[in-house]
Write a protein that binds this ligand. Structure first.
Ligand SMILES: [Zn+2]
Length: 362
């Protein structure tokens, strides 16, 4: 299913359905935002064989589901003419969703309950404004980088991490920032600046609890050749220039699809150290070799990360062997493998690399 406003996909959503199954009910939410026309599609794109049916397709305006309640996302209830703003708790009962769950939208909207003795009379027409979560593709939910509580939570987590594990390297899992610029905590902020500040604050918090820790970050949101641009998913604003607001001592984990020669060059030209995050569950290491070739002429390449999305570690020994053949060991500060922030360091200058113990990889 697809909801397009102009060329903009306003509800990027995927459903992972089995090839053969009984009827399934699929439900998705879109917010028409500032648009007055939306085109809706249902179908299969790129299908090559088989049969499927779509039936009982319905479209309905929904009330408050997954209502967000934080300082940047107030609920407002006004009279239809806008003249009266009603008070939560006095005129209407608090609109809090006890079943808040961004992964579930297939349920009844909450009723707005009128408080007896308040100013809302039977038959009054109201205008109710609220913010709600959106699920992107099949799992992505974005936080707001402008909301102060984010940094309090992060600080608490880093404190615990320092107490229990004290890692020397940290990967900030800040990639694919699909939403932003739409609530009161972030609206109107230049998104590139906001993102740079968010990464800077996160880095400062990491170092406050773990002085001297090396901080890595995924490259895409800092890379104009990848996701650092305008018109990105449901973001209102433009990530262009984000790289100018990120700390210069970050190590950029360059990733994404085919070997990204221009991305590696982009970060090298700006003096960043890079970690090349390559592989992505391929059946061979041809693309990994191409990544290595692209990185070869560049300075400050700190290492290569075996990067699977699906715990496919079969080519890890060959990856290590390839790395040792292709790259003189003294050019690398570290060779790592891992997925989504999990990293395992290989011993230096070993020419036959055994896979690390499985415990560390699951
Ligand atoms: Zn926000």
């Amino acid at each position: 299913m697809l909801a397009l406003a102009g060329e903009r996909d306003i509800a990027p959503r995927e459903f992972n359905l089995p090839a053969t199954s009984d009827w399934r009910k699929l439900v998705m939410v879109f917010n028409s935002l500032e648009f007055d026309k939306v085109r809706l599609y249902a179908g299969v794109w790129g299908g090559q064989g088989g049969q499927f049916w779509i039936d009982d397709w319905t479209l309905e305006e929904v009330g408050p589901v997954n209502v967000l309640r934080r300082p940047g996302t107030p609920v407002t209830v006004r009279s239809a003419d806008g003249a009266t703003t009603h008070l939560e708790g006095k005129d209407y009962a608090p609109l809090r969703d006890p079943e808040l769950n961004p992964y579930r939208v297939d349920r009844e909207a909450m009723p707005l309950k009128v408080v007896p003795g308040g100013r809302i009379a039977e038959g009054d027409r109201l205008r109710v404004n609220w913010h709600h979560s959106m699920l992107i593709h099949d799992s992505q939910v974005t936080l707001c980088m402008g909301e102060p509580a984010v940094y309090e939570i992060f600080d608490h987590e880093m404190k615990l991490l320092a107490e229990r594990l004290r890692p020397r390297r940290m990967m900030l899992n800040m990639d694919e920032v699909r939403m932003g610029g739409t609530c009161l905590a972030c609206r109107g902020r230049p998104m590139g600046v906001l993102l740079g500040e968010c990464i800077t604050r996160a880095t400062q918090i990491v170092r406050r609890h773990m002085p001297g820790a090396a901080v890595y970050v995924w490259s895409d949101m800092l890379d104009p050749n990848h996701n650092a641009h305008g018109g990105y998913y449901l973001v209102k604003g433009d990530f262009t220039g984000s790289w100018e607001h990120a700390p210069k001592d970050l190590i950029i984990s360059v990733w994404g699809g085919a070997p990204r020669k221009e991305s590696l060059r982009f970060f090298a030209d700006r003096g960043f150290q890079t970690l090349v995050a390559c592989y992505y569950d391929a059946d061979d290491l041809k693309e990994t070799q191409a990544w290595m070739a692209a990185a070869r002429p560049l300075p400050k390449v700190r290492g290569f990360m075996y990067t699977p999305w699906t715990k496919k570690y079969g080519l890890l020994p060959a990856f290590g062997d390839l790395l040792v053949c292709e790259w003189p060991p003294d050019r690398l500060e570290s060779s790592t493998c891992g997925t989504w922030g999990q990293q395992v360091k290989f011993g230096p200058r070993r020419y036959k690399l055994a896979p690390p113990p499985p415990r560390t990889l699951h």
